[in-house]
Design a binder for this molecule. Structure first.
Ligand SMILES: [Mg+2]
Length: 143
């Protein structure tokens, strides 16, 4: 969806290959910087430091919401940067997350196949066992 919107004439009309991977990752960094700048403004609130002049920067709830939105932009650009090197964001995040869990001996793994993200491996085993006991459909609803 993200790549389609990026490249489509009724989207951004921006061919993926028209930017290098360095340019896509630069866009990621730009969004990270926007999130960091807003987080700096939260720190000013925490520490009572002046400098938040804009009206929207007076409200910490607004700052938190805008940080979340900038972080969403980060993920959106990460998806395009990942596509620029021929990889899928969700699959790569799952694989890297699970490889680290394996290195650590941690039971926390992402499945991503059946929407079971966030379950520990022992929970997934229990889910699969309960699937087998009743014919197998709809196990996710038990959690
Ligand atoms: Mg942004």
């Amino acid at each position: 969806m993200n790549l389609a919107r990026c490249t489509a004439p009724d989207g951004f009309n921006h061919p993926l290959a028209s930017w290098s991977t360095a340019e896509w990752t630069n866009a990621v960094a730009g969004e990270v910087g926007e999130a960091c700048n807003l987080a700096k403004k939260l720190i000013r609130h925490r520490d009572g430091v002046p400098g938040n002049k804009k009206a929207e920067d007076q409200d910490t709830d607004s700052l938190r919401r805008r940080i979340a939105e900038e972080l969403a932009d980060v993920v959106i650009y990460c998806d395009l940067a990942m596509a620029s090197v021929g990889y899928d964001l969700a699959t790569t995040v799952r694989d890297v997350f699970n490889r680290k869990s394996q290195e650590l001996g941690s039971p926390y793994v992402l499945d991503g196949v059946r929407g079971e993200s966030g379950l520990r491996s022992d929970e997934k085993i229990a889910l699969r066992n309960s699937d087998n006991a009743d014919g197998g459909v709809g196990g996710e609803d038990r959690h």
